[in-house]
Design a protein around this ligand. Sequence first.
Ligand code: AMP
Length: 207
Amino acid sequence: MLTQRFGLRYVASGDVLRAARASGTELGNTVKSYLDAGELVPDEVTIQLLLEEIMKDTSGVGVILDGFPRTLAQAKALDQALAERQQRIDVVIELTAPLDVLVERVTGRLICRAAGHIYHERTRPPRVAGKCDIDGSKLYRREDDYPEAIRRRLAIWAEQNEQLVLYYGVESAFFRVDANRAPEVVQSDLAKILIESGLRTVTKEAS
Ligand code: AMP
């Protein structure tokens, strides 16, 4: 929703790392074991892959980052790389929701093979079981969406998050948004923050 409304590029660290896993390279094999266990991929590898992806953007189009940085070392590496290009982070937003809500969302998550459209088996099921409403492609579950790996991911989040909040609370415009509400309501709050931070919308109805 936000990428369309603001004409931004979306870069999710999980997507970048899963693409590396699928590449069949030695690096891909290293990444695989961490991803499948719900462990953080080591900073060195993550920083290299993500900065490469983020810096592809040379056309002046802004980027929404999802899932990166997740550690202090990653945050500092990103800031340094941006500063070298006279670029910076405009806004940092923490989306919050109770842990049981997160577990419920992730355990029911279904993703379409063709374009990554997301469904939920209980709260947002597809019209035809196992098929994407939009492009008809097959729906699958992520390999790390099983209870043990989910718990591990959430435990790691709890360990890392405080440091990041402290860092960005000082370094950037930092906001916290309650994500335990309908997607349209969350999106509207996020859009307000982006507009107040000086970003322009590109679609008519939002301006
Ligand atoms: P996500 O798609 O954001 O849930 O991330 C899925 C998995 O990718 C995580 O459990 C980690 O194994 C890995 N991952 C994603 N982002 C990062 C990051 N910034 N640093 C290290 N590992 C990451």
